[in-house]
Ligand binder design. Structure first.
Ligand code: ADP
Ligand code: MG
Length: 290
């Protein structure tokens, strides 16, 4: 199964991807995680360091594919998860799609592409040009990470439109949304009233998750010596269990930009008004000043 994890930059895709990869490995799946963000830090919490990218390796070997061995580009990470970083095109030049294409081509040459139960692509989704949408060409499922805010839901809507477009030519489903760094989900719910998409999980903002990135470890590794963190691993195991069942998912019908803007801003303003009308006059003044 090929899975593409999308979402706005900084929303928590790589953190979530690494933990889902380990969760899938815990369910006895052979997993390869491919970082497709030019930031090339997707697999950092699995390996504990920034591994060389495919593009760097190809450049070093003058694009002689026959001189590249699997161990040059595939690194073994925590929990038995294998890791690849595609790398980025040169800043201001080149195309992310080309990078993803070269990565898949090389992995196929190395006979590595079909060797895994699950291949997870970790892809940024601020800009869904043809290049960044490229992993959707290989994916069976897309998963979108979002918070309960405007910008991430706008990005989610753009990604949904890309899924709808790509699903015309091959079997691709949107498995669902993962709410991250949010205890609330009212804006997410408002959005999916209009564009029905399953919600796989809602993860609150958890300090240990933030710290895990600095430590270069997944939550599963940290929880080995701290049982009290097992409840966090359960969120990721729950997502993995849903993915393993090959969920039906949806081919989404995105909301038009203007309509989405009105929908979310009206809802947000009504919520704020409501919050303001429920507080004292002094507190109201504070809110207005803020
Ligand atoms: P992306 O890959 O989408 O750019 P990252 O996975 O690198 O985002 O996450 C950005 C930051 O947010 C990291 O410092 C990470 O530790 C933190 N983070 C992600 N998810 C959570 C969460 N649920 N609670 C707290 N911090 C989180
Ligand atoms: Mg990332």
């Amino acid at each position: 199964m090929k899975l593409a994890v999308y979402g706005k930059g900084g929303i928590g895709k790589s953190t979530t991807s690494c933990n889902i990869s380990v969760a899938l490995a815990r369910r006895n799946k052979k997993v390869l995680q491919i970082g497709c963000d030019p930031k090339h830090d997707s697999t950092f919490t699995l390996t504990g360091f920034l591994i060389p990218t495919i593009i760097d390796t190809l450049q070093t070997k003058d694009y002689h594919y026959e001189d590249i061995w699997p161990e040059d580009v595939i690194y073994s990470g925590y929990g038995g998860v294998d890791c690849v970083e595609a790398g980025g095109p040169p800043a201001g030049a080149g195309c992310g799609g080309y990078v993803v294409g070269e990565t898949v081509k090389l992995l196929k040459e190395l006979n590595a592409f079909d060797e895994y139960d699950v291949i997870l692509f970790d892809v940024l989704g601020d800009v869904v040009c043809g290049g960044f949408a490229a992993p959707l060409n290989y994916a069976d499922y897309c998963v979108i990470v979002t918070d309960n805010g405007f910008d991430a839901l706008f990005a989610a809507n753009r990604i949904s439109a890309s899924v709808r477009e790509k699903a015309r030519t091959h079997t691709l489903r949107l498995a669902g949304l993962i709410g991250n760094r949010t205890a609330q989900r009212d804006l997410i719910d408002k959005y999916i009233e209009n564009t029905p998409i399953p919600v796989l999980e809602i993860l609150p903002l958890i300090e240990e998750i933030r710290i895990s990135r600095v430590k270069g470890q997944t939550l599963f590794e940290i929880a080995e010596s701290k049982d009290s963190l097992n409840y966090i691993c359960d969120y990721y195991l729950n997502i993995a269990d849903q993915i393993i069942t090959c969920p039906e998912g949806v081919v989404p019908q995105e909301t038009q930009d203007r309509e989405l803007f009105t929908l979310l801003s009206d809802f947000y303003l009504a919520k704020k008004d409501n919050e303001i009308s429920n507080v004292s006059a002094e507190e109201k003044l504070d809110i207005v000043i803020i």
